[in-house]
Design a protein around this ligand. Structure first.
Ligand code: OFO
Length: 169
């Protein structure tokens, strides 16, 4: 039985995942504008990942016999205008998403919804990976500092990132 509370909490998280997609699309646009194609590619992969995260929950709500309700997606606002400040924002954002997933798990626990708990395990692990990847990139960017050559080398490296559709749940 998929409770009303669970349904509402899942719908809120669907919105958060699609907001992440939108935020990263705004960041891709930032780097496209600067002709940093590798960074833009990295964010394009993020966009696709977040879409997959949102759709994973969308499909799950249906699978449980619930109703998907899509809310408005907030306008993304970029904090800063350099790679370091944007990646700081990404890290802060992913930490926020982690806390939202944890809160969703709390609802599943309170509702004694074992199926939802098992489904959400994938998202818990994914958040650990998301945060670790961003932390790593942020550390590299801080090391690079004002070195343009190193920044272009990193840009070339990020151009190689490809999207692999995740198997969720
Ligand atoms: Fe969906 O993991 Fe990022 O936000």
């Amino acid at each position: 039985m998929f409770s009303e509370k669970m349904q509402q909490a899942f719908n809120a998280q669907i919105n958060a995942e699609f907001y992440s997609e939108y935020l990263y699309l705004a960041m891709k646009a930032f780097f496209d504008e600067k002709h940093l194609a590798g960074f833009a590619n990295w964010f394009n992969v993020q966009v696709q990942e977040e879409h997959a995260h949102g759709m994973g929950m969308y499909n799950y709500v249906h699978e449980r016999g619930g109703k998907v309700e899509l809310a408005a997606i907030e306008k993304p606002v970029l904090e800063g205008d350099c790679p370091v400040s944007l990646f700081e924002q990404v890290l802060k954002h992913e930490q926020l998403v982690t806390s939202k997933i944890n809160a969703l798990v709390d609802v599943a626990e309170a509702e004694h919804d074992r199926a939802a708990l098992s489904f959400l395990d994938w998202y818990i692990k994914e958040q650990v990976e998301e945060e670790a990847n961003v932390r790593q990139l942020l550390a590299t960017l801080r090391l690079i500092g004002e070195d343009k050559k190193a920044l272009l080398m990193l840009d070339r490296e990020l151009a190689a990132r490809t999207f692999v559709a995740p198997v969720i749940g």
